[in-house]
Every structure is written in C-alpha cells, then in structure tokens.
Design a protein around this ligand. Sequence first.
Ligand code: KIV
Ligand code: ZN
Length: 512
Amino acid sequence: MADKLIIFDTTLRDGEQSPGASMTRDEKLRIARQLERLRVDVIEAGFAASSNGDFEAVRLISQVIKDSTVCSLSRANDRDIALAAEALSSANSARIHTFIATSALHMEKKLRMTPAQVLEQAKQSVRFARNLVGDIEFSPEDGYRSDPDFLCRVLEAVIAEGASTINVPDTVGYAVPELYGNFIKNLRERIPNSDKAIWSVHCHNDLGMAVANSLAGVKIGGARQVECTVNGLGERAGNCSLEEVVMAVKTRKDYFGLELGIDTKHILAASRMVSQTTGFVVQPNKAVVGANAFAHASGIHQDGVLKARDTYEIMRAEDVGWTANKIVLGKLSGRNAFRQRLQDLGVQLDSESELNAAFARFKELADRKSEIFDEDVLALVADESVSLEQERFGFVSLSQHSETGERPRATVVFTSGTQELKGESDGNGPVDASLKAIESLVKSGAEMILYSVNAISGSTESQGEVTVRLQNNGRVVNGVGADPDIVVASVKAYLNALNRLQNKAIKVAAQG
Ligand code: KIV
Ligand code: ZN
C-alpha cells in the first residue's frame, strides 16, 4: 500500500497572519468545520498564547472538531506550551506545534541567543510539551537558511525528546525545488533517529515556488506531511496552496505514488469560504479554484470545448466542487431546497434560527434577482455569520442621488450599538459619498488602503462583492459586503471593516 501524505492546514494560523486576514472565533470555527469536511488530517487552529481570541478559537475548535487532529502553535517556552495544552484539552486528537529559530541571522538578531542556548531551549520545550500532549511537532524557524550541522544536532535532540513530526520551514520563501528537496533528504540521511519522526514541509511563496518546493520536499526529500493554506493565504506572497498541492498529488499519482485522505469535492466551497471571510479575492486564473480554471465551469459552454473536454482538462471540475449547472435556486424555491443546497455546498448552520435567518435573506434576494447561483448562496451565509456576531455598526438603509454633471449625494442610516444614526455627505461618486456619510459620524480616522468590487456570478444582474481594507494605528482589517446594489455592498463592507477595527485584540506575531 502506498504511503499516505498528511495534509496539515494552517489557514487559521499562518494564513491568518496575513495583514487584514484576521478572523473572529466564529469565522474560524466555520472554516474549521469546512476543513474537517474536506478531511484535512491536521488543522492548525491558531496560536493559543498570542491573544485571548486565539486561545478561545483553539478551545472552541477543539471542542467541536472530531475527525481532524487540532493543533496549536506555540513558541518554545513553558507558558506558551501550557496555554496551548489547556486550549487543546477537549480535542479528540491534539497536537502542539512548537518552534524556535535556528538560522544564525534569526538567533543573533531576533532571539539574541547563542546556538547552545537555542539547542537547550528546543530540547527543554519538547520535553515539557511531551508531558502534556502525546503528539508534538517541532519546527526550526528559518530552517532552510540554517547551518545544516547545527540543524542536525537540534533535530536529533528534539526527536530524542519525543517530537514525532519534524517540520522544516522555508520561512522567507528563499528555496528552489531541487535544493529544498535535497536539503530534507540530507537531514533525514544524516540524523541517526530520523526514522522516528514524520518529516514535514512548510514553504512560503515569495518567489512563487511554495507548491513546487513542497512537492520536491515530498518527492526528493521523502517528507510525508505538507503544511499549506486554502487559496495559498498567508503573509507577503502567501503559503503553499492546499488545493494546488492536493490536486497535483492526486492528478499525478503515477509520479508521486501517494495516498491522500482529502475529499476533494469540498475544495471549491473551502476556497470561497476563506475568500469571502477574509476579503482576499481569488484571481480568475488561479489553478483549481479560479473562475477560469475549468473552461466549462467558467460559463463557456461551446460545443467544441465540451466535446474536447478530455483533450484539454487533466482534472474533472466536479472533483473539486465545480457544478456544471450553476443556476441553483429561484424565487419559488422552498426552505428544504435551500437547506439541501447549503448541505451540497458543505455549509452547516448551527441552529434552526440561523437557517431561518439565512432563508429570509435568500427570499429577499430572490425578490430582486431571478437566478440565485451557488456564489450568491455562499455570500449570503457569509453575510449572515458576520451579522450573528456582536457588532457595533449595522446597515439599515441608503438613499443616494447621482446625475451627470452633478456632485453625488448620499444619506446612510446605520446602527451604532443601540442607537440609529443618519449620516449625509456628498462625494466624488455614490460610493465615496456613502462612505463619507458614515465617516462624518463615526470619525474612525481610518485610512482606506484597498477597495475592490467583484461581480459574484459574472453578470450585471449578479451581486457585487466589495472588499474594503482599512488601516488605523498600525492595524489592518478587511471588511466584506455583498448586495446586488454595489453602493449598498460598499456600505456593508465599510461597516464590517469598522466592526473589525473595534475588535482591539493585539496578537503576538508568531515570527516576531
Ligand atoms: O514560516 C514559519 O517559519 C512558520 C513557523 C512558525 C512554523 O510559520
Ligand atoms: Zn510560515
């Protein structure tokens, strides 16, 4: 029987470190459920010691997730490790992932520690963690740029202390495939007890090679765990993309010869959920999950393309969750059809009241839009999960006037806590006027660093999905909003971003 390749998803930890991608506890839980449906082997749910919010997220995910191992990141110190163990205490299967930097640059400039001190701290931390949780992963941060002799000493020592997974991060995305693969291979050959651990790859995408490097780590290096994120979400240029690495190993089984536990038909729903939750839009030509990735799924129903499908497509669109018939629901669809569609899309709402609220929104949308697509349904429940959380600002109504040759004006009514406020302003365009109307009362002082509109299902009848990125006092947040009226979608996105700015939680950066 072929070896299994373990898929370790770190969307909720390393992915979340991307500025603006921070998620609330409930958003993380929703994504964790989708990852469980996808059957990822390990979910890195957060970094418990970094903030109360992350601690609570790891704790909640540990209580709910049954089939995947739940993992918390932890720096190599007793306090972090004890907090991680506490947050993971309800998990069916728990893992602590502890790390310390081992490159000369990081040890000297960041940690201000000698190699001997780092070696001692790594050993001591794994020993401490091993007494709390049975499954321990160790990462030498900036491992790929570390001195191989020193790295061998550290890794041999932590395996002896009980680390059962050794992860070798290319923290800064500097590796190239052949060299990275050989780096892992050499470590495994030189370390006497290397067979006592599963070897893992963790690659960043600064040179666009995270997936290629990870696959080389598997093929050349013999790694049997890949760390990755949905849509390749992550700081800077992101992490290794889950959907790409999974579909490469599955499609080229002839070459990799490895088994995967992943249920690939949930990939697209996971991609959309992550993109709608974080506001990080997926580029149309992105492999596997981009709108153009499969000709027939992107709406090109030319006979020739359909006939020639096998000639051009190396994967089946259905296998990753694309449906050939994108028109799913309409005005006359009932509650059961709606519930069924949610189930098919892999969305699980927690209670009947959540379902009722989502169904009411669906009816409202169906009154304004004749065909409801999968994308609309997903946007609708994403909106719903946002509004179920405690929010300060909420959308009530908008009126705006724009005419050629006149400066547009807008009036926005919105809630702020228990109060209802009415703001008015003019602006360069209707969106500008509407957001200025809100800002005239809220006075957040936030700077807008990104505004983008995306037609969810590709026609003018479609809902517009707006992402707004705000920056204030060093914090960056994304807000998302969807509506057939893009000015309303913009107002919702802006209020959503303001709500996120209210959440003052400061997190300790993992690589800080
Ligand atoms: O990139 C990195 O080095 C990390 C570690 C904390 C594993 O994310
Ligand atoms: Zn990383």
